[in-house]
Design a protein around this ligand. Structure first.
Ligand code: GTP
Ligand code: MG
Length: 418
């Protein structure tokens, strides 16, 4: 139907579309940026302190107790401004992570949270009237996973959780409270962690090395992973400068001390790779979620005859499938209802039979009792009759005896008078 052709031409003068990058920059600056950080780590491992140190402010210092029945996520959004750039920053952190006796399901709320943010974005994209330009994107751009500074090895909770997260989010492992571990131990611990991550197939985020401007710094930094960090909410005067640091009886541990990678983390996360993190979230992790979700919903790019997919055909097929499913479940429900009625009917019949049997039995008992009472009455009547007969005979005998006694007395009196 149409012929397409691409040609390369040379312009004869300045047209002006070389200002496109500047136009993009000013548009982005006026729109502002959003960045969402997820901190995963045990209670009290230093999540809030690190966030405060990272952005050199005080977000919150609310402590969580260790008695949570389940893990849940808490998120807060802040509007920050630096020069003329607005940053809408969302910090999400885990509450109660690692506090349950059974930690098998601890990763689930985290995975669910990440998926829910993807789902919200997908729903917005699928709307007829989309408003993506002013949509508050809550998708997680970076997940900082805090590892306890044990110097030993990773816990199974760490490995399981990181494995579940690595395909959903840009994952950066951190060794927390790095001031509590010696320099030599730290190096060994880092090597151990990396080898365990590799042997368990956990994919962590790699700073991009394809852009020449950052190739060197990013490849050096990739070799430093996992970063060892120190967080602090206190400001300590060092020389005549106020710095965030931890003051101990033996000295001050500063965020920029040589054995801590805090500065590297801030450089990498905020100053060099924030845009890559946002891009990777959209092009890799969200894309994967979107693909799986759309495939689950029955969408596919090409059918068996490699024809471009038709939204209408998919809709019709889905509708047919849905109606068939509806009919099936209606039929199932009807069958269930019929079975239930039959069951109740049988139950009632059985109950009626039982009642009838009971009635017959009671009737039999009653008749038996009636018969025995009848018999007793008959016997008593017999007894009464015989008693009356005996009474009559006794009375007659008594009268007769009285008569003969009187006659005898009179005769005796007569004889005396003579
Ligand atoms: P919840 O939100 O309650 O789970 O804790 P959290 O992970 O946010 O930890 P938080 O930042 O509140 O720090 C807990 C304790 O650890 C506080 O006493 C901090 O001072 C201390 N802490 C934080 N970061 C570090 C660190 O880098 N080194 C050392 N030694 N202590 C730290
Ligand atoms: Mg906290």
């Amino acid at each position: 139907w149409w012929i397409s052709m691409t040609l390369t031409l040379t312009l004869r003068g300045h047209v002006g579309f070389d200002s496109l990058p500047d136009q993009l920059v000013s548009k982005s600056v006026s729109q502002g940026f959003c960045f969402n950080i997820l901190c995963v780590g045990e209670t009290g491992i230093g999540k809030s302190s690190l966030m405060n140190t990272l952005f050199n402010t005080t977000f919150e210092n609310e402590e969580v107790n260790h008695f949570q029945n389940t893990v849940y996520l808490r998120h807060r959004t802040y509007n920050l401004q630096e020069s003329n750039v607005d940053l809408k920053l969302t910090i999400v952190d885990t509450v109660g992570f690692g506090d349950q006796v059974n930690k098998e399901e601890s990763y689930k709320p985290i995975v669910d949270y990440i998926d829910t943010q993807f789902e919200h974005f997908l729903q917005e994209e699928l709307k007829i009237k989309r408003s993506l330009h002013n949509y508050h994107d809550t998708r997680i751009h970076i997940c900082l996973y805090f590892i306890s500074p044990t110097g030993h090895s990773l816990k199974s909770l760490d490995l399981v959780t990181m494995k579940k997260l690595d395909s959903k989010v840009n994952l950066i492992p951190l060794i927390a409270k790095a001031d509590t571990i010696s320099k030599c131990e730290l190096q060994k611990f880092k090597i151990k962690i990396m080898s365990e991550l590799v042997s368990n197939g956990v994919q962590i985020y790699q700073f991009p090395t394809d852009d020449e401007a950052v190739t060197e710094i990013n490849s050096t930094m990739n070799a430093h992973m996992p970063f060892a960090v120190v967080g602090s909410c206190e400001e300590v005067k060092v020389g005549n400068k106020l710095v965030r640091a931890r003051q101990y009886p033996w000295g001050v541990v500063q965020e920029n001390e040589s054995h801590c990678d805090f500065v590297k983390l801030r450089e990498m996360l905020i100053r060099v790779n924030m845009e890559d993190l946002r891009e990777q979230t959209h092009t890799r992790h969200y894309e994967l979620y979107r693909r799986c979700k759309l495939e689950e919903m029955g969408f596919k790019d090409t059918d068996t005859d490699t024809q471009p997919f038709s939204l209408h055909d998919i809709y019709v097929a889905k509708r047919k499938e849905f109606l068939a499913e509806l009919q099936r479940s209606e039929e199932d429900m009807r069958q269930m209802f019929v079975n239930k009625v039959k069951e109740t009917e049988a139950e009632l019949k059985e109950r009626e039979r039982e009642l009838h049997e009971r009635f017959e039995q009671l009737k039999r008992v009653h008749q038996e009792e009636k018969r025995s009472l009848e018999q007793k009455r008959h016997e008593l009547e017999e007894e009464m009759n015989s008693f009356s007969r005996r009474k009559v005979a006794a009375e007659a005998l008594q009268a007769h005896m009285l008569q003969s006694s009187i006659t005898h007395t009179i005769k005796k009196d007569k004889d005396k008078r003579k």
